[in-house]
Design a protein around this ligand. Structure first.
Ligand code: PEP
Ligand code: MN
Length: 454
């Protein structure tokens, strides 16, 4: 145990199962408790998905981001689905995140911390426990970790076996991402490896190629002047994150490790608490209180200053650097009303935090033809206002949290190609929330750079 860690107070009265004494929202209701128990015991004996060293490295890097030395990029699907645990989908999502991080690193002139919403983003909160179609009522789809989206009784029945399947798919995704990153796929000398098939047809292609060429040159230049071996700047770090919603699953992967103080959630590097489960005396906050991972908290327009201060007191009593990332998601029309007060309330706590903006979840709407969508101009407006508000309050917007995919889907309207509502039907694939497609995601990275510089 290092000196610094000795100063961290163990969370009083906490155990990996102490959350069970508190009200837990958004949980699956399984018919067969015995079957669930057997599955959880099996899961608790299986290898974890990440290590405590990686988690502590990420915490260190978040502390650097809190000090203004890194920019935080978090992105991926709203909901991963088991059937899309495919090599091309995983690789494309990695490519778009790598490309965005290059644009940010080049434009912001600082290292970028890359955190995927993947390898475990399988459980979803829903606004209602049930869904009714044509007079038939069934349990809502709660993510592939719980049930399946088809509207049949069998598909919607929560199935404990899915917990093992989700763990296995997370491990496969993780294994592939690690292999790609270690094997040279993320080599900064060759950003052209990350091109997606359709990049050359994109209106943004020229700007992206200019940036990637300039980075290739800078990397070679750095190696020359520092005398480093060619290739030594090859490795990039990638971390995983998901909403730690399904508490029995998270508990089964919360472990102690040899030679490290405390408990770690080893299902992901960076779990976050969603908007709907952030009650101060609720089970999720109890679960997060005792783990040593860095954690995210979604902050929506309904969160009061006192509530947020209470969360900070409970979740970071020692004011540990690198522990807290606050992900505000207000909506373009609300951010200027709600954010300034919260920024000042957080400052008064004295706890270091990293503020990042999720411009997706406050800007969801339904089109007249029945699609759940988000308008690129609203997403953009929320990010731009967030930069301005933080600067005006003497704070700093240190990152973005985006729902995106490396596929060429049509789920959000607008962007350089000006997708409109009638284009949505062309390739609308998401099971829950609409994602930025590949081009819209790159465009967003370019806009962040422009705004940051202005
Ligand atoms: C999400 O990130 O997919 C989500 C449900 O977010 P929020 O909790 O902010 O609504
Ligand atoms: Mn979502």
């Amino acid at each position: 145990m290092t000196e610094q860690l000795k100063t961290i107070t163990p969370a009083k009265g906490w155990r990996p199962d102490s959350w069970q004494q508190k009200p837990a929202g958004q949980q699956a209701r399984y018919e067969d408790e015995g079957e669930l128990k057997t599955v959880l015991a099996r899961l608790a004996s299986m290898p974890p998905l990440v290590t405590s060293w990686e988690i502590l490295n990420l915490k260190q890097q978040i502390a650097e981001a809190q000090a203004g030395k890194r920019f935080f990029l978090q992105g991926g699907d709203c909901a991963e689905v088991f059937d899309e645990c495919e090599s091309s989908i995983v690789a494309n999502r990695l490519k778009v995140l790598l490309q965005m991080s290059l644009i940010l690193l080049h434009g912001l002139e600082m290292p970028v911390l890359r955190v995927g919403r993947f390898a475990g983003q399988y459980a979803k909160p829903r606004s209602s426990d049930t869904e009714t179609i044509d007079g038939v009522t069934l349990p809502s789809y709660r993510g592939d970790l719980v049930n399946s989206p088809e509207f049949t009784e069998a598909a919607r029945r929560p199935d404990p076996a899915r917990l093992i399947q989700g763990h296995a798919r997370s491990a496969m995704t993780m294994n592939f991402v690690r292999g790609l990153v270690d094997g040279g796929f993320a080599d900064l000398h060759h950003p052209e490896y990350w091109d997606l098939g359709w990049v050359e047809h994109s209106p943004l292609a020229a700007e992206f190629h200019r940036i990637s060429e300039s980075i290739g040159q800078s990397v070679r230049f750095m190696e020359t002047i520092t005398g480093q071996q060619p290739g030594s700047l090859k490795r990039v770090d990638f971390y995983t994150s998901h909403e730690a919603l399904h508490l029995p699953y998270e508990q089964a992967l919360t472990r102690q490790v040899p030679r490290q103080y405390g408990w770690f959630n080893l299902s992901t590097h960076f779990p976050w608490i969603g908007m709907r489960t952030a009650e101060l005396d609720g089970a999720h906050v109890e679960m997060f209180r005792g783990i040593r991972n860095p954690i995210g908290i979604k902050v929506g327009p309904g969160m009061s200053a006192d509530w947020l201060k209470g969360l900070i007191r409970t979740l970071n009593p020692d004011h540990e650097a690198g522990r807290l990332v606050l992900i505000h998601r207000m909506g373009a029309g609300k951010v200027s009303d709600h954010l300034p007060g919260l920024i000042n309330a957080v400052k008064a706590t004295g706890s270091p935090v990293l503020w990042i903006c999720d411009p997706m979840h406050g800007n969801t709407e339904k089109t007249s033809n029945g699609y759940k969508t988000r308008r690129f101009e609203n997403i953009r407006a929320e990010v731009e206002q967030a930069f301005e508000i933080h600067a005006a309050e003497g704070s700093r917007l240190g990152g973005v949290h985006l729902e995106l995919t490396g596929e060429n889907v049509t789920e959000c309207v607008g962007g350089a190609r000006e997708l409109n509502e009638s284009d949505l039907a062309t390739c609308y694939k998401t099971t829950v929330d609409p994602r930025l497609n590949y081009e819209q995601a790159l465009e967003m990275a370019m806009l962040v750079v422009r705004k940051h510089r202005s």
